[in-house]
Design a protein around this ligand. Sequence first.
Ligand code: CP
Ligand code: NVA
Length: 310
Amino acid sequence: MTTRTGCRHFVSVKDFTADEIIDVIDLADTLKQERVAGAEPPRLAGKTLGMIFQKPSLRTRVSFETGMTQLGGHAIYLAPADISLGQRETTEDIALVLSRYCDLIMARVFGHDIVTEMARHATVPVINGLSDREHPCQILADLQTIRERRGGLAGVRCVYSGDGNNVAHSLMYGAALTGMHLAVVTPPGFEPDGDILADARQLGETRDARITATTDLAAASRDADVIYTDVWASMGQEEEAEARKAKFAAYQVNETLLANAAADVTVLHCLPAHYGEEITYTASRVPGSAIFDQAENRLHAQKALMVRLG
Ligand code: CP
Ligand code: NVA
């Protein structure tokens, strides 16, 4: 997304081209190696990241904040009560004010329209740290993780089982841009957004990415290379959590499901996990599980993103 102020934003995975996504993941790999070698140049020295949170976070907050420190910059955490986005002050004014202090803004919000509005008005790059529609930073880390585990992305057969939510939407765009095959498997009534599905399919055509939405988990997961799941009720849907348990029970990632997939299947979960609901504890700890690599790669992938935007 480029707004009238002319700066680049990362509000959706598809704000970047396929080449740009690969470039960010390549840089993330380099940053990861540099960190292991203890030889990291301070690529963002003197830069400040403003981080707005309307919702709780462990990974997003800590990975962005430590990432900025490691790059020689500084991050400021703005908790929900600090700025009361939309109540104490308008999104437009917050974007304009933060743009006068900060070099980058990251926002975790309820409505996707809030982060797009912020990007429209900000004169510095805005990064979506999760909205009700997308979680693009998560998918950068996931693509890095899948490539580490599977040796590539094009042609990898990935199955997402659970709610057709923000993570599923961003994963669809991620698959489209890298040529992964993706089946999003949900209970009836919890399918991903139809417009995003159509958009991702069209975007993925040139790379032969097969992106489907189905309710048949057994068929979709047969010989799958990657099985991914996320909570059944997202932040903001807590009152639906109990009622969803019965509807989603057949979509749990467990040992029976993994036995149907490739023998070396990679198991992914963006975390936080609700063990015994969308994934069993045992399934989360199989040798193919990469869930803590995913969490670690948030750090490297977002550092790479900030370097490219900053
Ligand atoms: N996966 C993820 O975004 O985690 P947090 O909600 O803890 O930031
Ligand atoms: N779909 C989840 C992802 C959490 C990282 C949520 O929005 O709560």
